[in-house]
Design a protein around this ligand. Structure first.
Ligand code: UD1
Ligand code: CA
Length: 502
C-alpha cells in the first residue's frame, strides 16, 4: 500500500438527531460514531488523518484529537458540500497530496477496517484515479447512484436530486467512501462546480470529471451493505447499535469460545476483552474497557463498566464501575461496586453490599448488607453482616484499615479514620471509634439491662402486654401488683414511647 491520507468529513450539523450533541459524537457499542470510523482507518495505516469540522468544531475537534493526537483539523465555516469540505482538507495539508487519499464520513460506525483495507488495495491495484466503495441496497432513496455504461464501467455518480427516473431505479449506491489518487484529487477539486440542484460542491462529481478526461474510475461493491450504513436519526442509531452488538457477540462466541446464553439481552461494547470459556448469562451489559478472564461467569442482570474480572470469578446481579474482582472471587447478588473497588482472589462481596475505594484482600469477605468505602480489609478477614464504614464526617472522607484474619461482628459501625488490627474481633453492634489492637476484642455496647414489668406498666391492656402476661402465666395485676398505677416509678425507666436504653 502506498502512503495513505485519510480525510474524515464531520462538519455537517446532523439536525435529524434532534440533539445538542453532534451526530458523529453519538455513541454505539461504547464508542462515538467517528471513533469507530477512526478505528477502521487504522487498518490502512494512514500517514495523515484530516478531520473536517464545522458545527461544534470545538467538541468534535477535541474528540478527534483525543483519539488521533496527530490528526489535522480543517475548519469548514459553512457547509457548501462534500467537494468543498475535501478542498478545505487538502488546503490544510498544504494544497496538494501525494499517494492515496481516502475520503469517508464520520457517521458510518459499522465500517470494518479489513473492508476499508481491501477497498484501498483494490483501488491501488487497478491504478484508478478514483474508486467508489459502493453497495447494493433495497431502497436507494437519498443516495448518489452509480451510473454504469453498457460495458458495466462506471461513468458517474448522480445525486438523488439530479437523477432522472431511470437513474433513480439504480440500486447500486455511493456509500460516501471514496479513494483517490492524490494528484488527481487536487485537479478535480479545482474543477468541481456548484451549478446543481443543491448549489453545493459535490465531491462525487470527481467521478465524471475523471471519466471525461480519460482516467480510470471504478466501484468496489461491498457484500455486507450494513458496513456502509450511516445513522441520521436516533432510530437508525439504535438499529446500527443492534447490528454492531450482534457482530461483537458473534465474534466472542465463534472466534473465541465465549458462551452467551441470550444474545438478545446481552450487550458488549467494542473495546471489551473476553477470554475463552467465559459464560455470560441473560440481561448482562459489559461496557467500556471491561476485561473478563477465563471461566468467569457473569450475570444474569449484571452491568460492568471498565471492570476487570479474574479467572473463574462469579458476578451475579451486580452493577460495577472501575472495579477489579480477583480470581475465583464471588460478587452478588445485588452488589454495587463503585470505582476503586478491588476484591482479592477468592474474596466475597455478597448481597446488598456497596463498596467504593475499597481494597478487600484475598479470601476476605463482606457477605451481607454492608457499606465499605475508603477502606482496606486484610486477607482472610470476615466483616459481619450489616457493617457500615462511616467514612465521611460531613467535611472530609477518612480511611478505615482492617487487618488480616480479623472477625468483626454484625451491625458494626467503623467510624473512620480507624484501624482494626490483625486477628482482632469486635462484638455485635460495636461502634468502633478508636483503633483496636491486634488480637483484641472490641465491644462498645453497654451491658444489657432488663427493666422488669415495663410493658405491663406502660402498655397495659395491649396485645403486647397480654402476650407478656400469658408468658408469665398470670394477669398483669397478679404478676406485678400496682402495675396499672402510672404513679409508680422505676429508677431509670425510659420515658413513655422510647425504647428501653441499653
Ligand atoms: C453523500 C454523497 C452521496 C452518498 C451519500 C452517502 C455527495 C455529494 N453525495 O450524500 O453520493 O450516497 O453521501 O451517505 O457527496 N459534510 C461536510 N461538509 C459539507 C457537506 C457534508 O463535512 O459541506 C459531511 C457531512 O457532515 C456528512 C457527509 O459529509 O457526514 C455527507 O454529507 P451529506 O450532506 O450528508 O451528503 P449526502 O447528501 O448524504
Ligand atoms: Ca448523509
Amino acid at each position: 500500500m502506498s502512503q495513505v491520507t485519510v480525510i474524515v468529513l464531520a462538519a455537517g450539523g446532523g439536525t435529524r438527531m434532534r440533539s445538542k450533541t453532534m451526530k458523529v459524537l453519538h455513541r454505539v457499542g461504547g464508542r462515538t460514531m467517528v471513533g469507530h470510523v477512526l478505528a477502521a482507518t487504522r487498518a490502512v495505516a494512514p500517514a495523515r488523518v484530516v478531520a473536517v469540522v464545522g458545527h461544534q468544531r470545538e467538541a468534535v475537534g477535541a474528540h478527534v484529537r483525543e483519539l488521533e493526537p496527530d490528526a489535522v483539523l480543517a475548519v469548514q465555516e459553512s457547509q457548501d458540500g462534500t467537494g468543498h469540505a475535501a478542498r478545505i482538507a487538502v488546503e490544510a495539508l498544504g494544497g496538494s497530496v501525494d499517494g492515496t487519499v481516502v475520503v469517508l464520513t464520520g457517521d458510518t460506525p459499522l465500517l470494518r477496517g479489513e473492508s476499508l483495507a481491501a477497498f484501498v488495495a483494490d483501488h491501488e491495484a487497478a491504478e484508478r484515479a478514483v474508486s467508489i466503495l459502493s453497495a447494493e441496497i433495497d431502497d436507494p432513496t437519498g443516495y448518489g447512484r452509480i451510473v454504469r455504461d453498457e460495458e458495466g464501467d462506471v461513468v458517474a455518480i448522480v445525486e438523488q436530486k439530479e437523477a432522472d427516473h431511470v437513474q433513480r431505479e439504480i440500486r447500486e449506491i455511493n456509500s460516501g467512501i471514496l479513494a483517490f489518487d492524490g494528484a488527481f484529487l487536487g485537479e478535480a477539486l479545482a474543477a468541481i462546480r456548484n451549478d446543481n440542484a443543491k448549489g453545493e460542491y459535490y465531491l462525487t462529481d470527481a467521478v465524471g470529471i475523471a471519466r471525461d478526461t480519460g482516467l480510470t474510475v471504478g466501484a468496489y461493491c461491498i457484500d455486507d451493505e450494513t458496513q456502509t450504513r450511516g445513522a441520521n436519526d436516533r432510530a437508525q442509531l439504535a438499529e446500527l447499535g443492534r447490528l454492531l452488538n450482534r457482530r461483537i457477540l458473534d465474534h466472542w462466541m465463534t472466534e473465541v469460545g465465549v458462551t452467551i446464553m441470550d444474545p438478545d439481552t446481552t450487550w458488549i461494547d467494542s473495546d471489551v476483552v473476553l477470554a475463552p470459556d467465559v459464560t455470560i448469562l441473560p440481561g448482562t451489559q459489559l461496557l467500556g474497557a471491561t476485561v473478563v478472564a477465563e471461566d468467569a461467569v457473569i450475570g444474569p442482570d449484571t452491568t460492568l463498566e471498565d471492570c476487570e474480572v479474574g479467572a473463574g470469578a462469579r458476578v451475579v446481579r451486580t452493577h460495577g464501575q472501575l472495579a477489579v474482582v480477583g480470581d475465583g472471587a464471588t460478587v452478588g447478588p445485588y452488589s454495587y461496586l463503585r470505582p476503586g473497588t478491588r476484591l482479592g482472589a477468592a474474596g466475597k462481596i455478597g448481597a446488598f453490599v456497596e463498596t467504593k475505594n475499597a481494597v478487600i484482600g484475598d479470601g476476605a469477605k463482606v457477605p451481607h448488607l454492608s457499606y465499605v468505602g475508603d477502606a482496606e480489609i486484610g486477607d482472610g478477614t470476615n466483616i459481619g453482616a450489616g457493617t457500615i464504614v462511616a467514612n465521611y464526617d460531613g467535611v472530609a472522607k477518612h480511611r478505615t484499615v482492617v487487618g488480616k484474619h480479623a472477625r468483626t461482628g454484625s451491625n458494626n459501625t467503623f467510624v473512620a479514620p480507624v484501624t482494626i488490627g490483625d486477628g482482632a474481633s469486635t462484638g455485635a453492634g460495636t461502634v468502633v471509634r478508636s483503633d483496636v489492637p491486634a488480637g483484641a476484642l472490641a465491644v462498645s455496647a453497654g451491658p444489657q439491662r432488663d427493666i422488669e414489668g415495663w410493658v405491663a406498666r406502660r402498655r397495659p391492656g395491649t396485645a403486647q402486654a397480654e402476650a407478656a402476661a400469658a408468658a408469665r402465666g398470670a394477669t398483669d395485676e397478679a404478676a406485678y401488683p400496682g402495675a396499672a398505677d402510672t404513679g409508680h416509678d422505676v429508677e431509670n425507666e425510659p420515658a413513655d414511647g422510647q425504647p428501653p436504653l441499653s
